[in-house]
Design a protein around this ligand. Structure first.
Ligand code: GLA
Length: 375
């Protein structure tokens, strides 16, 4: 009898072990002691219409960002008219799955309706009117998700691409140089416990890095809390260099803030832009010579992509003391914005899962990054 019991025990443990070995490691488990790993979601994934993507999200990620549905034009399209349903569902999805939920974004020069910068008569808003719009918006949106959304991209892309100066936006033009301070102040008032971020692209560039440092130091001097700087991370296969990205991580950490990689993707397609940024306003018309992998990614490029992701995650892991979160900008290659930017209708391959929801070799390489860094 005893022997039989032992046999059954061995058989069951054997089965158990077999299961553990077969179930592949996931991103969230692999990096659980280091940082959150997440993705930007669209409504089809949240609502379960894209069920395969929803399953992948639950399996792999422990933080989520809203790709579009909390941008001003989506959540607050007209004065006094809010469209909360998609955002409510997004937040409920994150809560149900015990994820760290990000809000994106409160102040940006894009995807913000015209009326925000106008008064009731359609004339350019005064500072007073624009501040009223901003405060009401932030109070309502941040207040609604108080205690549920853990961190907000308060200000997005306020530094220009040339000299790292304040970008010439309507926010700056109408409010003056304290526009960012106001947004942070209102957000902090609406949810004192929420983490508050400054988020931007091309922060590896020395001019932009210095511009952000100046901006954040200015906020800190006013006693404003900036939890982290979000480096968006819309990168190419070879640029920026790992050293450039690292220099910014180190420089930002010296401010006493944390660093997040908030919109990571790797563009493998040729880019007609000379600017190497991620300015969504910079677009080009369709041209097949820039859409070169319509029938699949050649192995040689797949390998470069794999190596690129491995190098980046090894860097992230090295700086895990200051990095709280890595968020990919999309789940599978099919949903990436890079299929439509800077040229519409291209076939792009920027993420860790392919169009059939299958892991790409880059995923395996990323999971290995932990080990590599320990050597
Ligand atoms: C910027 C924004 C994101 C998104 C991307 C492109 O990086 O911060 O919200 O719009 O552009 O999808």
């Amino acid at each position: 009898m005893r022997a039989k019991k032992k046999l059954i025990y061995i058989a069951l443990t054997g089965l158990g072990l077999g299961f553990v070995q077969k179930s592949a490691p996931t991103l969230k488990d692999t990096f659980k002691d280091d940082f959150y790993v997440g993705a930007a979601l669209n409504y089809r994934q949240i609502s379960g219409q894209d069920a395969k993507a929803t399953a992948l999200i639950k399996q792999q990620f422990n933080t989520i960002s809203p790709e579009n549905l909390l941008k001003w034009e989506a959540v607050h399209p007209q004065p006094g008219k809010y469209n909360f349903k998609p955002a409510d569902d997004y937040v409920a999805f994150g809560q149900q799955n015990k994820m760290f939920i990000i809000g994106h974004t409160l102040m940006w020069h894009q995807q913000t309706p015209k009326w925000v910068f106008e008064d009731e008569k359609g004339q350019p808003a005064s500072r007073e009117v624009l501040l009223k719009h901003l405060e009401e918006h932030i109070n309502t949106v941040v207040g609604r998700y108080k205690g549920k959304i853990g961190g907000w991209d308060v200000v997005n892309e306020a530094i220009d691409d040339q000299q790292g100066e304040l970008r010439k936006t309507k926010w700056l033009e109408i409010l003056g140089e304290d526009f960012a301070a106001k947004a942070f102040e209102y957000a902090h008032k609406a949810d004192p416990k929420a983490q508050l971020y400054y988020n931007d692209y091309s922060l590896y560039r020395p001019e932009k890095r210095e511009g952000v440092i100046k901006l954040v130091k200015g906020l800190q001097a006013k006693g404003i809390k900036v939890t982290a700087i979000g480096m968006q991370g819309h990168y190419g296969l070879t640029k920026p260099s790992i050293e450039q990205v690292e220099a910014s991580i180190v420089a930002f950490a010296k401010l006493g803030v944390h660093v997040n990689f908030t919109e990571l993707d790797i563009d493998v397609l040729p880019n007609p832009s000379k600017r190497q940024g991620a300015d969504i306003a910079e677009t080009f018309s369709a041209d097949e010579k820039y859409n070169v992998y319509t029938s699949g990614l050649p192995d040689s490029v797949q390998q470069k992509l794999t190596q690129r992701y491995a190098d980046l995650f090894a860097l992230f892991h090295k700086h895990r003391d200051v990095i709280d979160r890595i968020t990919l900008w999309g789940v599978t290659d099919a949903d990436s914005w890079l299929n439509d930017w800077p040229i519409r209708g291209r076939t792009s391959y920027p993420l860790l899962f392919d169009r059939s929801y299958q892991p790409k070799p880059a995923l395996q390489a990323v999971l290995q990054a932990v080990k590599k860094d320990k050597i």
